[in-house]
Design a protein around this ligand. Structure first.
Ligand code: SDX
Length: 429
């Protein structure tokens, strides 16, 4: 990207020329790195609505066009033609793999799916009713207490091993969190199964009988994972980058990302959305919830609606909606009441001036929960599945940040607290 244009800032009788950089896709950026040094002034953007925090070549979103590209490839093409592991390779290394490269990558991931046996004991320390995301934050962070040979962020080979380990082990840890929550024995990974099939088996197999992976569920879960793999500088990815900028080890950075993803405004929305749809229950109650969502004082928002970047449809939601229809139909679940409520809610909301004026469309979380529930997952497992999927995005962005060799992330502030004042003894207060 070049900086052959400049923006001029006039301030206190001075003018400052700020370089403008042009990206491959998307809006130009004004380079303000020298602004404070030269003009003794900060910019103010608490939600980062107008701030590019980094350069990245991984994912591009055009919110107005409803476009999402992974390394330039449109998400709808990848969701139709590719697989989650192939998308992992693409996001990590920048190009689609040859057949041999994909085989090698799949083998490397497959042979890292088991966790250190002692990690089983961590689960015993949690209450059975712990949310699986609480367990995952703890156990993924604890990976840095076990895998000492892949902690050195300055060693490219250790970074590579850490990346493979996390892509491989997150499904195992999430499945263990689920099994622990339902009081069933852990199921070990099976190298003969696909990435999605192995996760289904680890979650739903029991020692008492054989479990056969349903190919419909396997394909739908693999597609859900692809759709959630990366998404530019969203809150959890920005968290991973900020944690990584201090030199923290990769496992600690991903644990931070999982913690951030848990919030209902972010990855926790898929659980919150299905619970909202279930609470609405029937189509005739939708107007009541639409009214609440429009009432600022209600504090209620339609979960699964709206997005910081998409001011048009979320292309992932479009694919997810098609997938929901297909999966439920193939499973013989017709006239699913939750799906009917979701479709009617979408129809009504998209014809309502409030949502139209604020450009609020269904996002990736609106339909995903319907499919996951049809697969047999409890709502508490929806965000862990999002975390499994997003691990490759977090790791790819973390690797890109390390390679950039950037500075530690340390924003400034607009201070509105008290001016300096002297201490007053308690007897004088
Ligand atoms: C994800 O960033 C990413 O890329 C995230 C993600 C990813 O892949 O990583 O895409 C995954 O997090 C998807 C979003 C999941 N969250 C939800 O579905 C929760 C419900 N949606 C929101 O809370 C909200 O829409 C956000 C958080 C998603 C986006 O918030 P913004 O961009 O900061 O927008 P905002 O809160 O400033 O809202 C703008 C206006 C406000 O009204 P005004 O103050 O201007 O009058 O729209 C209203 C909001 O009140 N609004 C909603 C709404 N979302 C926004 N009103 C009702 N229901 C909603 N869902």
């Amino acid at each position: 990207m070049c900086a052959d244009k400049t923006a001029t800032l006039s301030l206190n009788g001075q003018t400052y020329d700020l370089p403008i950089m042009s990206p491959v896709l998307g809006p130009d950026v004004v380079d303000i790195r020298k602004l404070y040094d030269e003009a003794d002034i900060f910019t103010y953007d608490p939600g980062f609505t107008s701030t590019a925090a980094c350069k990245s070549a991984i994912t591009y979103i055009d919110g107005d066009a409803g476009q999402l590209l992974y390394r330039g490839y449109p998400i709808d093409q990848l969701a139709k033609e590719s697989s989650h592991l192939e998308v992992c390779y693409l996001l990590l290394y920048g190009e689609l793999p040859t057949a041999d490269q994909l085989d090698d990558f799949r083998n490397r991931v497959t042979r890292h799916t088991m966790v250190h046996e002692q990690m089983h004991y961590f689960f015993r320390g949690f209450r059975r009713d712990s949310h699986p995301m609480a367990t995952m934050v703890g156990v993924v962070g604890a990976m840095s207490a076990f895998y000492h040979d892949s902690l050195d962020i300055n060693d490219p080979w250790q970074r590579e091993v850490a990346a493979i380990r996390m892509i491989a082990k997150l499904p195992t840890i999430a499945a263990m969190a689920y099994k622990y929550s339902v009081g069933q024995p852990f199921v070990y990974p099976k190298n003969s199964l696909s990435y999605a099939g192995n996760f289904l088996n680890m979650c739903f197999a029991v020692p008492a009988e054989d479990y056969v992976v349903n190919p419909i569920l396997e394909k739908a879960l693999d597609r859900i994972m692809m759709l959630h793999a990366d998404h530019e500088q969203n809150a959890s990815t920005s968290t991973v980058r900020l944690a990584g900028s201090s030199g923290a080890n990769p496992f600690a950075c991903i644990a931070a990302g999982i913690a951030c993803l848990w919030g209902p405004a972010h990855g926790g929305a898929n659980q919150a959305c299905l619970e909202m749809l279930r609470e609405i229950g029937t189509v005739d109650r939708i107007p009541e919830y639409i009214a609440r969502a429009k009432d600022k004082n209600s504090g209620f928002r339609l979960m699964g609606f709206g997005h910081r970047v998409y001011k048009n449809f979320d292309p992932r939601a479009t694919v997810m909606k098609e997938s929901a229809d297909e999966v439920l139909d193939l499973l013989g679940i017709h006239n699913n009441p939750i799906l009917q409520v979701a479709k009617e809610l979408e129809r009504i909301a998209l014809s309502d001036d409030y949502f139209i004026s604020k450009k609020l469309y269904p996002n990736v979380d609106f339909y995903s929960g319907i499919i996951l529930e049809a697969m047999g997952f409890p709502t508490s497992m929806f965000t862990p599945i999002f975390a499994i999927s997003r691990t490759v995005g977090w790791i790819s962005q973390w690797k890109e940040m390390i390679a950039e060799n950037g500075k530690i992330g340390r924003p400034r502030q607009l201070y509105i607290g008290p001016k300096q004042r002297d201490y007053v003894d308690v007897t004088q207060r």
